[in-house]
Design a binder for this molecule. Structure first.
Ligand code: MLC
Ligand code: AMP
Length: 507
């Protein structure tokens, strides 16, 4: 095949009058209409001088046009680098610089702020708005309707997704055509997706879940999506009757369950509900089944590996587990100290190997070597065990990570900002239980001797530098950070002490 990813996901639907996307305002995109736009966008990329292997960073609102940009990159052999719309200019600067992006596509209002940064880093700027307008679609108008798809090998890079690191520096996970395509095919088959499926899509499209799981599976199966700009409870309730499947993070499910309009009747026709990206409480599974009669199918994945495990479609979907390794994925539990495989049932670090596992972190050979073994096993940083039936349960994390509403937040990045502020001696950022987001961010500050840190000023400084979802929901000054004999901060003690801060009333 000339370009496995493009040919399988997009090219296979050339000229098809079947529906691919429906938006809330009633706009319907056939595959043919979508692909025609992608082709014209691919011409713009080439006209601007992009060549295969160049990186294109996109911080754009979710829209059919934004998705067409992903298809255009695949067709032109350009590496697609989608970025969270919440990122600040500081954060974006790092991603553009680190990736060496040659083009940045942003929303029109962000253009003025980003242009000087992009110019300094040698990147061009184009715009694309949530309504599909902007310089990119403007330039695409009148472009040729056919494009000679650029040849790519399975091992060629298709996308970079940045994941934060324990040192505070984000790492660009390099994903190949094969990583994305094999995983999409396995999942579409495992979850029985067909061209009759209509997926209710309310996830962002700058992460694995919304882009590579939800969208790629739909494309592989030739199905369609109801494409919501974001999760909105009223819109979800209005659109569920027209859908056959839904994917979401646990917050989607708890929000639906907290609304009385979400009834068994509303979803009686649905074929499948999938959850992932963050742990789902067994209680949520149970409430969902009691309310609707459906059992949510929980799966487990990550940016570096796409999806690793899934509960079965037909068999027993076990609440509190993430199911079985997917076909083609090897999963083992190892001793974090020695790396030796542990006997069944014992808790250790989860390692995975398979065609889904990424190629490494962009220009970070040491970090790659620390997490990706020579034999191809990737050390996920998650802790878990496997039961006698092969089901995997995640019990915790061996990495200092907070997952809030499905977004990953690395405390170190926030601690570096807090430590910089006047009157702050040191800080510790932890995740504490939160009824809506699962976990939320708490900042604990130790003052310099004699100083009284101005918490409002500190919060404002954090807000200027970090995306909104990373902001500590609360800052508290404490006398000292608990440390063990090695001097390491004992975050477990802090997490226990503040566990009740945002927990639901009565817990
Ligand atoms: C929004 N806010 C968040 C937040 N999302 N704060 C913390 N955590 C989050 N996840 C901010 C908003 O900016 C807002 O700020 C305030 O919190 C409350 O906003 P909201 O209106 O309640 O939030 P909403 O916009 O509805 O978004 C919540 C959400 C969204 C859960 C719908 O975060 C979401 O779509 N999450 C999905 C993330 C995802 O796709 N993860 C997959 C990663 S891939 P203010 O200023 O108004 O207070 C991966 C691999 C795998 O992990 O296995 O899939
Ligand atoms: P990300 O880096 O955004 O891809 O997040 C990946 C991390 O999300 C994993 O390493 C897990 O810690 C977590 N995760 C994903 N799916 C699940 C799940 N079903 N249950 C628990 N944790 C999950």
């Amino acid at each position: 095949m000339a370009n496995p990813l493009y040919d399988s996901l997009f090219g296979a639907h050339a000229g098809s009058s079947a529906t691919f996307l429906k938006t809330v305002d009633g706009d319907e995109w056939t595959y043919a209409r979508f692909l025609a736009l992608a082709v014209r966008m691919a011409h713009v990329l080439v006209d601007r001088g992009l060549v295969p292997g160049d990186r294109l960073a996109a911080q754009v609102e979710k829209s059919p046009e934004a998705l067409a940009l992903y298809a255009a990159c695949a067709q032109a052999g350009v590496i697609f680098l989608p970025l969270n719309t919440a990122y600040t200019v500081d954060e974006l600067t790092y991603f553009i610089e680190n990736s060496g992006a040659r083009m940045v596509v942003c929303s029109p209002p962000a253009r003025d702020k980003l242009t000087p940064v992009a110019k300094r880093l040698g990147a061009m700027v184009e715009t694309l708005d949530g309504d599909g307008s902007g310089s990119l679609t403007g330039a695409a108008k009148g472009q040729a309707e056919t494009f000679a798809t650029v040849t790519r090998a399975p091992d060629d890079l298709a996308a970079f997704l940045y994941t934060s690191g324990t040192t505070g520096r984000s790492k660009g996970a390099m994903l190949t055509q094969e990583n994305l395509l094999t995983n999409a095919r396995v999942l579409a088959d495992y979850w029985r997706f067909t061209d009759r499926d209509v997926l209710l899509h309310a996830l962002p499209i700058f992460h694995t879940h919304g882009l590579f799981v939800a969208t790629n599976i739909t494309l592989v199966a030739g199905g369609s999506m109801i494409f919501l700009p974001k999760f909105d409870l009223d819109a979800m309730l209005a659109c569920l009757p027209g859908a056959t499947t839904m994917m979401g993070v646990p917050t989607f499910y708890t929000r639906l369950l907290d609304d009385d309009r979400f009834t068994a009747d509303l979803v009686a026709h649905m074929r499948l509900f999938v959850s992932g990206s963050a742990p789902m409480l067994a209680e949520t599974h149970e409430r969902f089944e009691a309310r609707t009669g459906h059992r949510i199918l929980e799966r487990y994945g990550m940016t570096e590996t796409n999806m690793n495990t899934s509960n079965p479609y037909d068999g027993d979907r076990r609440a509190g587990t993430v199911g079985l390794p997917l076909p083609g994925v090897e999963l083992k539990i190892t001793d974090p100290e020695t790396g030796e495989t542990l006997p069944g049932g014992e808790i250790g670090q989860i390692e995975v190997r398979g065609p889904n596992v990424f190629k490494g972190y962009w220009q970070m050979p040491e970090k790659t070597a620390a997490e990706l073994r020579d034999d191809g096993f990737f050390i996920t940083g998650d802790l878990g065990h496997i039961d006698e039936d092969g089901y995997v349960t995640i019990v915790g994390r061996n990495k200092d990570l907070i997952i809030s509403g499905g977004y990953n937040i690395y405390p170190k990045e926030i601690e570096l900002v807090l430590d910089d502020q006047p009157g702050v001696l040191e800080s510790a950022v932890i995740g504490v239980p939160h009824a809506d987001f699962g976990e939320t961010v708490l900042g604990l500050i130790v003052a310099e001797p004699g100083a009284t840190p101005d918490l409002d000023a500190i919060a404002a400084a954090a807000a200027a530098r970090l995306a909104r979802f990373k902001h500590p929901r609360k800052l508290i000054v404490i006398d000292a950070l608990p440390r063990n004999t090695m001097g390491k901060v004992q975050k477990n003690i802090l997490r226990e002490a503040y566990a009740g801060l945002f927990a639901p009333a009565g817990d």
